[in-house]
Design a protein around this ligand. Structure first.
Ligand code: PLP
Length: 273
């Protein structure tokens, strides 16, 4: 397995990042997960736009997107696989302990892991912790993901694959690595970005392709919605068959099934050659 680091391909066993990398010591970094289908990347331009927005939000110098594209192509080429998750990580670089971000340049790592298609439906839980929709990191895809790690571990303990957060004013927000949609009286709704959720790329495509509305929703909408589904790079559109103790028999319901079909039909259009 080869990964991109320090401007070139390296064997994964020998690739090393400094112990003083600000991404490691304080989570000062950003990332993207991009789906790779038979060596082609899905929605790469949208991912690179978001990487740039996250860099600006964190005050990191903007990444050199030509290098990132070259790195992605090289990693894909070196590691052929049918379905992969390509991870771009970009951090503040080496910084002396206890100091601000250093001036040694940034660290760029591009790595690839094999993955499999997700099941059509899944169970989710809600967690008591909140997303801070007014926090400095709201909407940024940073490597400060430990809160998501805790929430996801709880989901796994409870036999679910995702944990959903509300925000500080009790509205539905998002999952640890996915956006959430509900169906109410035949209409599809998803929380607006102002709820504190990540502007998911799959979310944006689902809104565009299904006409879903961006609506402030109370967290307890999950207990009465006719259907619930998740979107993310690795899940695509995935139905929810259980939220906490509430079963949603027959998931995917008709509206979700249609959204899944539309997504499958159109997703091929956005593959990078
Ligand atoms: N929300 C969070 C917190 C995420 O980390 C992700 C993806 O990793 C998403 C939502 C879904 O975004 P995307 O569709 O771009 O994968």
């Amino acid at each position: 397995m080869k990964i991109w680091l320090d401007g070139g391909l390296k064997d994964i066993e020998s690739a090393r990042v400094s112990a003083l990398d600000h991404g490691l010591t304080v989570g000062d970094g950003i990332f993207e997960t991009v789906k790779a289908v038979d060596g082609r990347l899905f929605a790469l331009t949208r991912h690179l736009d978001r990487l740039t927005r996250s860099a600006r939000g964190l005050g990191l110098p903007e990444p050199d997107l030509d290098e990132v594209r070259r790195a992605c192509a090289a990693v894909l080429d070196a590691n052929p696989m049918p379905l992969g998750r390509l991870r771009i990580t970009y951090t503040g670089g080496i910084s002396p302990l206890g100091s601000d971000r250093g001036d040694h340049g940034q660290t760029l790592v591009v790595a690839l892991g094999e993955t499999t298609r997700r099941p059509d439906s899944t169970a989710v839980i809600t967690v008591p912790w909140t997303r801070n929709e007014r926090g400095a990191l709201a909407g940024l895809k940073t490597t400060s993901y430990a809160e998501n790690v805790i929430a996801l571990a709880r989901a796994h303990q409870e036999g679910a694959s995702e944990a959903l957060f509300g925000n500080t004013v009790g509205q539905l927000c998002e999952g640890t690595g996915s956006n959430v949609f509900v169906v109410l009286d035949g209409e599809i709704h998803t929380p607006p970005v102002a709820s504190g959720c990540l502007a998911g790329i799959t979310r944006a495509l689902a809104v565009e392709w299904t006409g879903a509305k961006e609506t402030d929703l109370p967290l307890d909408v999950l207990q009465r919605a006719d259907e619930v589904f998740l979107t993310s790079t690795l899940r695509d559109v995935q139905a929810v068959h259980r939220v906490d103790a509430r079963e949603l028999p027959g998931a995917p319901g008709p509206v979700t099934a249609k959204a899944m079909r539309i997504f499958d039909e159109r997703a091929g259009d956005d593959l990078d050659p």
